[in-house]
Design a protein around this ligand. Structure first.
Ligand code: G3I
Length: 318
């Protein structure tokens, strides 16, 4: 059997990858699949590079979780996506408190981004420098960054990241921008204005947290709308959940949906790769967040491949 990363490469993509997380790294059966670099040519830490994990108090950095995943990628010869520098969630209260004026918060963002990005300099293919800046209606999320600095926080973070690792691709990452929507338009407008202002930006990450049978229409055209603005794109957090229990019909629809998403990326030259938000239902974030839903990943709870696996293969045209 040929691995998904090998297939992706043979079809001209840079990688097929998966998120992973530190607690899972002790699961030998899980690791046997994750470590297979013909299956996954790229990994993303699901939690351990976030602000609460890396700078829990001001100026005091902790790297054990993030280093473990970075070292794993190195050992396996897998690309690494950094996730993430600036996000409203999993933000320690010393930042979210709103206790800082614009100048101080600017320096806090600069220190955080440059320390984080420097640590993995030369190893990270791409960084989610800013995560989830928009509300679903396309307005800016009124988090501490926007409330204190307006939209300037985005360029402050991107510039700090560029200075820290000039070779890393710098991304803004969000959900519900995969198909045409107010939020997708807002992101495209942001790309235009950052490019106009010569702010460093290389890519847009489309997360891809979908529901079986409810994919947005027009995925491929929307990917092209981004790449036409001079950025690359990637599907960064793909999973396709369903209301439980899973049935043969739902699993068959899920297979089709995985195929559709991967085929959209395959069809667009500037779509560099696809990352699933962990490969097994055993460690998916979905059931804890959406009560009664789950089975979102291509491998089941017992680490067996589901029909969705074949959907991914078919999506690459293999
Ligand atoms: O860190 C605490 C730990 O101290 C505690 O013992 C444990 C017990 O519940 O909880 C731990 O925190 C959890 C954290 O993951 C780390 O495991 C949180 O409760 C839990 O809510 C958190 O969930 C993560 C979620 O982001 C938080 O927003 C998921 O694992 C992670 O997969 C998910 O990933 C996000 C992306 O970063 C951005 N896009 C959406 C995606 C899915 O929500």
């Amino acid at each position: 059997a040929t691995g998904l990363h090998t297939i992706a490469k043979s079809k001209g993509k840079l990688y097929f990858g998966s998120a992973t997380d530190n607690p899972e790294l002790t699961d030998a059966a899980y690791m046997a699949i994750l470590n297979d670099n013909t299956m996954f040519g790229q990994i993303t830490p699901g939690n351990s590079m976030k602000w609460d994990a890396t700078e829990p108090s001001r100026g005091s950095f902790s790297w054990s979780g993030a280093d473990a995943i970075a070292n794993l990628a190195k050992k396996n010869g897998q690309l690494l996506r950094g996730h993430n520098c600036v996000w409203y969630s999993q933000l320690p209260s010393w930042v979210s408190s709103g206790n800082f004026n614009a100048a101080t918060l600017t320096s806090i963002i600069q220190t955080h981004c440059s320390t984080l990005v420097s640590r993995y300099k030369g190893q990270v293919y791409s960084w989610d420098v800013v995560n989830e800046p928009f509300n679903d209606d396309g307005t800016w999320r009124t988090d501490v960054f926007f409330n204190t600095l307006g939209t300037d926080y985005v360029s402050i973070a991107l510039q700090a990241a560029r200075a820290a690792d000039p070779a890393a691709k710098l991304y803004i990452n969000d959900y519900n921008i995969e198909g045409p929507s107010a939020k997708s338009t807002a992101m495209q407008n942001l790309v235009k204005s950052l490019k106009q202002a010569n702010v460093p930006l290389d890519g847009i990450g489309l997360q891809g947290h979908f529901i079986v049978g409810e994919l947005p229409q027009g995925l491929e055209d929307n990917l092209r709308a981004f790449t036409a603005l001079g950025v690359e794109v990637a599907i960064t957090e793909l999973d396709i959940r369903m209301t439980l229990p899973a049935t043969a019909a739902l699993l068959a629809q899920q297979q089709k949906d995985y195929q559709t998403v991967v085929a959209a990326c395959q069809a667009v030259e500037g779509c560099v790769g696809v990352t699933i938000w962990d490969f097994t239902d055993k460690y998916s974030w979905v059931p804890q967040t959406f009560s009664g839903q789950g089975e979102a990943c291509p491998w089941d709870q017992n680490l067996q491949r589901k029909p969705a696996f074949q959907g991914i293969v078919a999506g690459f045209g293999a």
